[in-house]
Design a protein around this ligand. Structure first.
Ligand code: AMP
Length: 240
């Protein structure tokens, strides 16, 4: 039987939603929720972490430089990330809107993004201000989500050994592949990532709160409830 949120997510809407920014600590559920939002509104999910991991896997120049920081749980320097984001947002598939998952992550990144949206190319394309959805999750919960996270290297499906375990331990239900743990989900790296979040990303919530764009959601709730609240924040957020 389908959950309520899945059936709501299945119903695509056709209206342009504009930019959506997902904020939240590593493990807050940004990726999972952003995927459902992308499906509902028919817009791309742009995960800077995912684009960087693809670059690392392909061994590109960007990937080689970014890997040094990612392996330590540190943020990749802005000069590497800005070009990558600007190029991605210029794609035609972003016309109706897009979801940024994992960007911005610092105050300078948020200011850079505002300047980009004010640029003629983007301003002509979409006049909707971004809706910022902040997923708030307690520290202990974040730790369990990150240490328990596994993914299928074949289909990308995400599991959690505590909350959503596969039927056979460490094996993908659909592909039968052996599940993998992201390199930066190792316990030694997790604490660095959470520290980077607290010091560099958390101040962003104030930045967006001041502009009246921030929509806070309790990310500790059932995932389906979080999804419905995210849809509501997006649909009402643009009208403020
Ligand atoms: P994520 O998948 O969003 O947790 O990102 C994984 C890693 O990619 C982070 O720990 C950073 O090293 C890097 N990364 C992702 N997004 C950014 C960003 N906006 N700025 C700098 N580094 C990033």
């Amino acid at each position: 039987m389908k959950t309520q949120a899945t059936s709501v997510a299945d119903t695509q809407t056709t209206t342009a939603v504009g930019p959506i920014i997902f904020l939240g600590a590593p493990g807050a559920g940004k990726g999972t929720q952003a995927k459902l939002v992308a499906e509902r509104y028919g817009i791309p999910q742009i995960s800077t972490g995912e684009i960087l991991r693809q670059n690392v896997a392909r061994g590109t120049e960007l990937g080689k430089k970014a890997k040094v920081f990612m392996d330590k749980g540190e943020l990749v320097p802005d000069d590497l990330v800005f070009g990558m984001v600007a190029e991605r947002l210029r794609n035609a598939d972003c016309v109706k809107g897009f979801i940024l998952d994992g960007f911005p992550r610092t105050l300078p990144q948020a200011e850079w993004l505002d300047a980009l949206f004010a640029d003629k190319f983007f301003a002509n394309r979409c006049d909707k201000p971004p809706v910022v959805v902040n997923l708030v999750v307690g520290y202990n919960q974040l730790l369990r989500r990150l240490t328990g996270r596994r993914s299928c290297p074949s289909c990308g499906r995400i599991y959690n050994v505590y909350y959503q375990p596969p039927r056979v331990p460490e094996t993908c239900d659909t592909e039968g592949s052996r599940l993998v743990t992201r390199k930066d989900d190792q316990e030694s790296v997790i604490s660095e990532r959470l520290k980077a979040y607290e010091q560099q990303t958390l101040p962003l919530t104030d930045y967006y709160r001041r502009t009246g764009r921030l929509r806070e959601i309790n990310g500790d709730q059932e995932p389906e409830k979080v999804t419905l609240e995210a849809f509501s924040a997006i649909e009402h957020g643009n009208r403020v």
